[in-house]
Design a protein around this ligand. Structure first.
Ligand SMILES: [Zn+2]
Length: 601
């Protein structure tokens, strides 16, 4: 499971968990058929709260007899697993699960998400926006909103301005990204939201303080101070910052809900054109957290010229050096056989580029796209790209493109010289998803990774594991391992689960996840190879922004090999013969992919 949709609470004895952890895999089944079969429900926990319209019950009981939920017989797999869904009413929902003499009570509370509309001359709690301090350039629109009773009159006073807010008759709301997993991602039109909104541009600079919101209804009037101060920035006096994080996280907006842009290398400088809470908007359009930057005093807005460009070949990569006057914001985009570097705040005076016959680069084209933006497009000799890195050394930008691995010609050692990193997901305190008996994803992730390590090593590969035992490893440490070890391929091994509203009984299959185009071919190849060779259902190939798909140093793919919560798939997942087949198939897929991608050279 990639994210923790399921916040599990242990609902069976700790002893059983230790048991299944130690032996892993198969043994769960025998524990189910022993003399003391216990009805176990691993999800939801006994006092679960959710906003979903339905809930599934993930559990197991010995195969004999029936399992009833609120008197209704439920479907079970041959070994006794179950995952039925039940609708939820708003508020408390009681469920009684019965198997032979055993009975379990579970209460699930469905939280009402419909916005509460206040009565009379009042604002809905916490509804005034902006919610944080914001700064915008002179002349930019600044918008205010509040939720109040229908038919109210709402306005905002700020400085010498008075801004009328108008009711929004309908809003089109977008579900969260995770809704794609349950095919519930369609926009929803919400009418009569009682949200009032108005925007205004300001003509004076400086801190205008907090806006005062006023609502009036039927002769009554109420005022409330806004939460954030509004500052208007003078274009003559803007701050300049430098990125102090190794790879500053740039985003399309001022919160982690906004998409990531190309990370900004340490040392990048840019002018601040806006602020929102802890976020800074930089001159080229990206937003970054203030804590990843420091203010550079006595600095004029950073801009650079660029003249000649050079390159040099190292043993396993080519470095292209862009001498600049100041480290500027960058963006990188990969195509099928291109990689494009964009330099912002840069103007060309380029007449010469030194680029010898190179192992990976066929040609470099460049274009001044706007007066302050240059795009460098590298046309590559190979379709498969093997990873890149970008950093500032002083004011020079260094882009390094990795060379393809040299494939072994020894028949019994086809992976000799190939370095592969395997990342068994979760571990330690973090269990990941759980099968109906409580068997944790972290255990199967490690087991499959160890099987793979053995098989790949036997074929000549050098294999690294991000963990060899049941320990906590942070996402950061896993990503750094890829950066430091520079494998030719990195695979993160996971098994899946669903959000509460998902259909756990009917959802099965293998899925692969990629982020950079250099990993797309690998993700598709592994998905198609495994579903065909093992005759397993497909859950799909996803572009997905994940910590373990984002590394750019090597083609990196995250695999979700099946659904822990599916009653039938968990039997396949925990079957040791099937685990052997699966790890053989992944091994063969890796060999085949290296052969296919190297042919494209
Ligand atoms: Zn996982």
């Amino acid at each position: 499971m990639i994210k923790h949709f399921l916040n599990f609470v242990q609902s069976f004895s700790g002893e059983m968990l230790v048991h299944t952890l130690v032996v892993s895999g198969m043994v769960i089944n025998s524990s189910l058929t022993k003399a003391e079969p216990s009805l176990s429900v691993v999800y939801p926990p006994s006092e679960h709260e959710t906003t979903a319209e339905k809930i599934f019950f993930i559990g197991a009981a010995s195969p004999s007899g029936e399992v009833l939920i609120n008197g209704e017989k439920i479907n079970r797999s041959p070994q006794g697993y179950f995952a039925p869904s039940f609708p939820l009413a708003i508020g408390e929902n009681s469920f009684t699960l019965r198997h032979q003499e055993e009975e379990l009570e579970i209460t699930v509370t469905r939280i009402d998400t419909t916005p509460q509309i206040p009565e009379g001359a009042n604002f809905a709690e916490n509804s005034l926006t902006p919610k944080v301090n914001i700064a915008r350039l002179l002349g930019e629109l600044i918008c205010f909103s509040a939720v109040a009773a229908p038919d109210a009159r709402v306005n905002v006073r700020l400085g010498r301005e008075r801004i009328n807010l108008f009711p929004e008759t309908s809003v089109v709301a977008l579900p969260p990204n995770s809704a794609v997993l349950t095919s519930e991602n369609q926009p929803k039109t919400i009418t009569s939201t009682s949200k009032y909104q108005g925007c205004k541009s300001f003509t004076v600079t400086g801190n205008l303080g907090k806006p005062e919101f006023e609502v009036s209804l039927k002769g009554k009037r109420e005022t409330q101070e806004g939460m954030g101060e509004i500052e208007i920035l003078s274009p003559n006096d803007l701050e300049v910052i430098e990125v102090i994080a190794d790879a500053g996280v740039a985003r399309t907006g001022a919160s982690t809900n906004y998409s990531r842009l190309t990370p900004l290398p340490k040392g990048t400088r840019a002018t601040v054109t806006g602020k929102q809470g802890e976020w800074l908007r930089l001159d080229y359009g990206g937003w970054i957290k203030e804590s990843e930057t420091q203010v550079i005093t006595d600095s004029i807005p950073p801009k650079s010229l660029i003249r000649s460009i050079t390159s040099r070949q190292l043993s396993d990569s080519t470095e292209i050096i862009f001498p600049l006057q100041v480290p500027v914001p960058i963006a990188i985009h990969q195509g099928d056989d291109t990689i494009t570097l964009t330099l912002h705040n840069t103007t060309a005076q380029t007449d010469t580029i030194k680029l010898n016959n190179d192992r990976v680069i066929k040609r470099l084209d460049w274009e001044q796209v706007t007066p302050t933006k240059i795009a460098y497009t590298f046309h590559l000799k190979t379709q498969q790209q093997w990873g890149y890195d970008v950093r500032y050394k002083g004011t020079s930008l260094i882009l390094s493109l990795r060379h393809p691995p040299k494939l072994s010609i020894r028949k019994n050692q086809p992976l000799q010289g190939i370095k592969i990193l395997l990342d068994p997901g979760h571990g330690g305190n973090e269990s990941g998803a759980k099968g109906g008996s409580g068997y944790p994803e972290k255990a199967i992730n490690l087991l499959i990774s160890q099987l793979l390590k053995q098989k790949l090593t036997d074929l000549g590969a050098t294999v690294y594991l991000t963990r060899e035992t049941d320990i906590d490893v942070s996402l950061q440490d896993r990503v750094e391992a890829i950066q430091e070890l520079k494998p030719h391929m990195a695979l993160s091994i996971h098994y899946n689960a669903l959000p509460d509203s998902g259909d756990a009984e009917k959802t099965q299959g293998i899925s692969t996840f990629w982020y950079h185009p250099q990993a797309h071919n690998l993700a598709v190849f592994l998905h198609n190879y495994l579903t065909a060779k093992l005759d397993r259902p497909s859950y799909g190939v996803f572009w997905n922004n994940l910590a373990l798909t984002r590394p750019n140093y090597a083609p990196t793919v995250l695999l979700e090999l099946g659904f822990m919560i599916n009653p039938w798939e968990i039997e396949w997942i925990t079957d040791s013969r099937e685990q052997e087949k699966l790890s053989n198939a992944i091994t063969q897929a890796i060999i085949a992919w290296f052969n296919v991608s190297s042919m494209k050279m």
